[in-house]
Design a protein around this ligand. Sequence first.
Ligand code: 7TS
Length: 419
Amino acid sequence: MIDVSKIREDFPILKRRINGKQLAYLDNAATSQKPKQVIEAISNFYKTSNANVHRGIHTLSVEATELMENARRKVADFVGVKDSAEIIFVRNATEAVNLVAYSWGRNNIGRGDEIVLTVAEHHSNFVVWQQLALENGAVLKIVPLRQAQGLRPIHENGEVDLVAFKNALTKKTKLVAFFHVSNVLGIINNANRLSSIVHREAPKAKILIDGAQAVPHMPVDIDSIGCDFYVFTGHKMLGPTGIGVLWAKRELLEEMPPFLFGGEMISKVVLEKSSWNELPWKFEAGTPDIAGAIGLGAAVDYLSKIGMENVRKHEIKLTEHAIKKLSEIPDVTIYGPLDAKVRGGVVAFNVGPAHAHDVASILDSEGVAIRSGHHCAQPLMEFLQIESAARASFYIYNTEEEVDRLVEGIGKVKKVFKI
Ligand code: 7TS
């Protein structure tokens, strides 16, 4: 088990007081806080090794290049990728999905071709494909979540409907894109199983997995999943904002044209034409976020030291506690499965008729930070027939006491709204 009080000492921001109360930061699905090891890695880089990468012969440039490429190796190891040239640094998960849509999608998906998504995708894995379909005349097919049998409403089971998923796959399917862990319902998709269904039913289709909520919270071994593209984002896993990752198989990346053109990504330029740099740099035009990559490397070191199995266990414990406590409050509706073992550390809920923004605002007055709104998943909100939800999401530094403060805060919401 992890030593939370020791971990908390590494996060300076957790000492803050908000509205006179000790901060309880329960908005980790939006972004995580950063330990001093990450903050120092970034500031040390600027203090001691700052130079541009891949260009200079001078010592600092060589040092900066080594630091950045070491970070790439660390990230590759962290997610079980053997060939670190398959790790493309981008700005965030959203940019990674766009890179795939522009470089691969626009060259391979045309009129009448089908793109299969689930109804619970984050907008970054939804709007990107919707736009491509609108442009190219491709067809979007949306897989619903499974309807629970019996008494409980849909939102309390809610894994991807496997029958509908299988039925959506046809000879025309070019791309299947789905989340690994839902940022609203916490559902953990069985990525290997869904991938093997795609291989069986639509062998020519490519598979893209959005791992933005998975990689920070559980062991992920990309090479073993059997997908073609996997994306994640550094700022949700203790890293800085501005750095994310696209992974794809080498053969696929080699076939794909560059997404952005300019410096760093070329091999040779003559007046008439240019040729492209090797992987991964072919997809990293311009000066990259060097400090961001180094910061992400430090984040990966930090998480590896704790062990992702331990991160997952800690979050299961907090989620179990949260679901138990929230279930005891009349008028609180929890969305997603109630068994913490099958879900990530994200708990979305509503309190009677109170608007989620009011819930979040009253909790903020108690120093408890949660997110409210549609969570960039409006198709899912429509599916659940709600406008919005409040959401608490946990990480390594959260405690059961903080969950209890969330619950107490909900008591205050109920008083204010006379629920
Ligand atoms: N995919 C999922 C599943 C996400 O939860 C998010 C961000 C993204 C993609 C996009 O990540 P980005 O780094 O490119 O922005 N999710 C959230 C959230 O739930 N609240 O704020 C951001």
